[in-house]
Design a protein around this ligand. Sequence first.
Ligand code: DSN
Length: 418
Amino acid sequence: MSAETDYAAIAKSDPDVYGIICAEEERQHDTLELIASENHVSRPVRQAVGSVLTNKYAEGYPGRRYYGGCVNMDAIEELARQRAKKLFGCDHVNVQPHAGAQANAAVLLGVLQPGDTILSLDLAHGGHLSHGLKVNMSGLLYNIVGYQVDPKTEQIDYAEVRRLALEHKPKLLISGASAYPRTLDFSKFSEIAEEVGATHMADIAHIAGLVATGLHCSPVPTADFVTTTTHKTLRGPRGGMIMCKADWAKKCDSRIFPGSQGGPLMHCIAGKAVAFAEALKPEFKTYQEQILKNAQALGEGLESLGNRLVAGGTDTHLMLLDLRPAYPDVSGKNAELWLEQANIITNKNMIPFDERKPMETSGLRLGTPALTTRGLKEDHMKTVAGWIDQVLRAQGDEAVVAQVRGDVKTMCDQFQLP
Ligand code: DSN
C-alpha cells in the first residue's frame, strides 16, 4: 500500500479535507522553509504515522497495559525505546510524550512541588514557554527566575547563571532554548546544578539531531533529565521524548502516564521508531553536517550584505537576524509577511533586549534543517540570503516580491520534497 493509495481513498470520500492536504503539499513544494523548528519527514515516517496504529489504546507501558490486544503496541514501543537508547546513549527513555511541552511538564511534575523555584532562560532571550512563561503551567505553578544573555556578547554568561543559582537556590535548573544560536555548555549547567543541589533538565528539542550525531555536545552523561521533540533537526514525526538517569526512570514514566497523559499516540511512536532508525544511519550524520555548513553559508551571506546576526553568528542550525542595522524601519512582523509573499517562510522572533513587542519584534529567526533535507547546499544559501535582503531592502515592494517569488519557484522545482 502506498501513500498515494491512501490519498485515493480520502480524495473520494472527503474532497474538502483532501483539497486542503493537496494545497498544503503544493505550498510546501513551492516555498523555501526556513523556520528553524520545522522539517520534511521521510515517506516511511509519514506512512508509520498514517498507519492503523492510530486505532489502538495502549495506556500503560510495554508488558503492563490497561487494555487487551497490545502485543504489537508493546513491540513498537520497545523498538522505539531501544533505538532511542542506542541513538543517545541514555539509561532510560520514555517515548510517549505527545510533544515537547508535555515532556517538560512531566519532568516538572516529577521533580517539583507547587511554589518551588525554577531557574531557566528568559523567553525573550531565547528560552521556551514551557520553561516558565507566566501563562504556561510552568509559570502558573512554580516560582520562575530567569537568566538572560550577556548584553555585550548576547551569549549565556555561566558566571551569571551560577550567581543566580547561588542566590535563588532553584530546585530545578533548565538548560536549552528555542532561539539561541550558540553552543550550550551542558556540563557547566550540570556543575552549577550540582553545586546548589538542583536537578538539571536539558531541553535539546532544537539540536537533538546535532546531539545524536556528536555535532553538539550531549547533556545525556551529566543532566538528570534530557527532553526533546522528535520533529525538528531529528526529522521525525511531531512528538516528544524524555531521557533520564536510571534513578529517575519510575518517576519519569509515572508523571507521563498516568500523571499527565492518557493513551499514548502509538502511530506517532511508530513514526519515532522509524525516524530513530534513520538517524542511526551514517548518512544522517552527513545530513546534520550539511545543516551546519548551510547555516554558516546563510549567515555569512547575510552578513556580507550588511546584516547583523545576534551573538555574532551561529554554531548550530539556526540564527537570529537583528533587523535594525540593515533595515531600521522593518519589524520582524513585516519581514515575515513580505518574505512569505515571496515564498520564503520564516518567523519573527524577539532578540535579546528587544524594544519591540513580541507580536512585532526586531528579529527574524532562520534555520537550515528543512532546506538541507530538500538538498540545498552552501551556494544556494548565498542565493537565498540575497533574496531575503532584496525583499527586506525593498520593504515588500510588489515588483521585487514578485520577481523573488518567481526565482524561488524555479529553485523549488529543482528540489523535490521527500
Ligand atoms: N515552537 C517551537 C519553535 O519554533 O522553536 C518550540 O516549541
